[in-house]
Every structure is written in structure tokens, then in C-alpha cells.
Design a protein around this ligand. Structure first.
Ligand code: NAG
Length: 285
């Protein structure tokens, strides 16, 4: 895709950059409202209410301060709590102008541990539907954790753009890229994140500076996923290793015995439900 100079300019144009610097609203006076006697009387009437509010606030703050773990909302499956706040930032190394650095980081994203084997008993107790059998323990089903799925999607979109930038042949199908873009689009719509990001009057559009969000710990999710390993490993080139072979990378101490002659007993389901537009993606993890 080639951008014209005017498109580039548009990208960097601030939200309100065309406002006349010298303009001022003549209706806003520098002085506040007058301080006449009726106002003072109303203020005296408010003192007990203000005191009560102050005491209530002190009690609330002391309860919060005494509680070392203020974030309680936990995830449904891995029981992950909100652990920390972090600022919204404009740039991380993933968007570094040093493309060598950014490329290395994006390419090293690994989502293999996000393909997990969960016991059917876990599925029942968590209202999960059962999934295709895990070959080395058929009382378990194979699942892909949603966060890992979405991270995988971002990674393949990056890889596609990387190949475009470098003039290389596209290794991912447009079909797969479109599925991933759509998956991320739907996640954003589903989250309906209502956080107002404060804007600033700058030449470039920036927002959210100095604001924080509350997060879970991705490392904890990875640990939970690894504790439910499905021995899955995806090769850098998807065609290098397919099907059962990808599930033969059991870590030491997993207790699973790999059977190279394993034949699944489940029927292969043909096609996808009508409402799904992602046809032919099964197996393309
Ligand atoms: C870019 O990043 C790479 C990898 O981290 C590093 O080796 C290199 O020195 C960096 N280049 C510049 C110009 O900073």
C-alpha cells in the first residue's frame, strides 16, 4: 500500500489543530460567582453533612489501605486476579523505530503453551463444552486459550506486514489474516471498553497520557497454561510439522506417553456451523 503525502499529514494531524490560538470565549469571566450573605448561610447548613462525608471517606480509605489485595475480580478458568496498575504508553519496543528490535520481539512471541489439555471434569465444573480428545490422555480435551489465540492473530498479521515491507513472499494466507483481523475486531466490540482517554492539544494525536489501567499478570496465565500442557509446538513454518506431530513435544515430567501410532476415534466433523464465516480454518492454529 502506497500512502500519499496528504494521507501522511492526516495521520499526524492533532484533533483540534486548526483552532485559532488566540481565540477565547468572551462569556467566561475570570471571577467566580459573588460571595454574598445568603451563600454563607447555606454553607453553614452544609457543615454537618461535610463532616459526615469526611468521616465516611476516612473510614473507607483506611479499609482500602488495610487491604493488601484491592483488586478482586478474577478470571473464570485460571482464577487470575487483577494484580497491578500500569500506565497507557505511546511506545514500547514492539513499536520501536529500530525495526530490527521490533521484528525480533514480534517474531519471538510464542503462543504454544496456550494450546492446553483440560480434564473433562474441569470442563463440567466450569460449564465448558467438551473438546476434541487429547491423544495422550483421552479423558482430556484440547483447548486454545483465548488470549493466546488473539496474540497469535496479532503475530501473524505482523508477520504478513513484515513480509510485505521486506518484499518477501507471503507465508500466511489472506484468508487466515482476514480471520485474525475479524477476531480482534470482534473482541474489541465485545469488550466495549469505555475508558475515556484524555486528549491533549498537541500536533500529533495522543491520548491517555498519565492514565493507568488495572491488569492481570500474563506470566501467571502462561504458568497456568504450562501446568495444563498439551505438548504442543508450532513450527515457524506451519507446513513443517502438522497434525499429531505438533503434540509430541511433551515437557519432562509431564507423565504423558507419546504414541506415534495413535489413531483418533472421534469422527472428523465436516464443515462449520452456518453462522461461522471462518471456513476451512480447523487445524490452522
Ligand atoms: C537496533 O536493535 C538491535 C537489536 O536490539 C541492536 O543490536 C542495534 O544496535 C539497534 N540499532 C540501533 C541503531 O540502535
Amino acid at each position: 500500500m502506497r500512502t500519499t503525502p496528504s494521507e501522511n499529514r492526516e495521520e499526524f494531524a492533532g484533533l483540534l489543530n486548526n483552532i485559532d490560538k488566540t481565540s477565547q470565549d468572551p462569556n467566561i469571566s475570570a471571577d467566580g460567582p459573588g460571595n454574598s450573605n445568603p451563600y454563607r448561610q447555606r454553607f453553614l447548613f452544609l457543615i454537618p453533612i461535610l463532616l459526615l462525608s469526611l468521616i465516611t471517606n476516612i473510614i473507607t480509605i483506611s479499609i482500602i489501605a488495610a487491604n493488601p489485595e484491592p483488586y478482586r475480580t478474577h478470571s473464570k478458568y485460571a482464577d487470575l486476579h487483577l494484580t497491578h496498575t500500569e500506565p497507557y504508553v505511546l511506545l514500547t519496543d514492539y513499536s520501536s523505530p529500530n525495526t530490527t528490535l521490533a521484528d525480533t520481539l514480534w517474531h519471538s512471541i510464542n503462543i504454544d503453551s496456550g494450546v492446553v489439555a483440560l480434564p473433562d471434569s474441569f470442563a463440567t465444573s466450569h460449564n465448558l463444552r467438551t473438546a476434541q480428545r487429547f491423544p495422550w490422555d483421552t479423558s482430556k480435551g484440547i483447548y486454545i486459550l483465548h488470549g493466546f489465540h488473539n496474540l497469535h492473530c496479532l503475530k501473524i498479521i505482523y508477520i504478513s506486514l513484515f513480509e510485505f515491507r521486506e518484499g518477501q513472499t507471503q507465508t500466511r494466507t489472506w484468508h487466515h489474516i482476514a480471520h485474525c483481523l475479524d477476531a480482534l475486531r470482534r473482541q474489541i466490540i465485545c469488550d466495549a471498553d469505555d475508558t475515556p482517554r484524555a486528549t491533549e492539544r498537541r500536533v500529533e494525536v495522543v491520548s491517555g497520557v498519565g492514565q493507568n489501567r488495572v491488569c492481570r499478570n500474563w506470566g501467571e496465565l502462561e504458568n497456568w497454561a504450562k501446568a495444563h500442557t498439551s505438548c504442543y509446538r508450532r513450527p515457524e513454518k506451519p507446513e513443517d510439522e502438522t497434525g499429531l506431530k505438533r503434540f509430541m513435544h511433551c515437557p519432562e515430567g509431564s507423565g504423558y506417553v507419546v504414541d506415534e501410532g495413535y489413531v483418533p476415534e472421534e469422527e472428523i466433523l465436516v464443515g462449520l456451523p452456518e453462522e461461522s464465516i471462518a471456513t476451512g480454518l480447523a487445524g490452522e492454529v
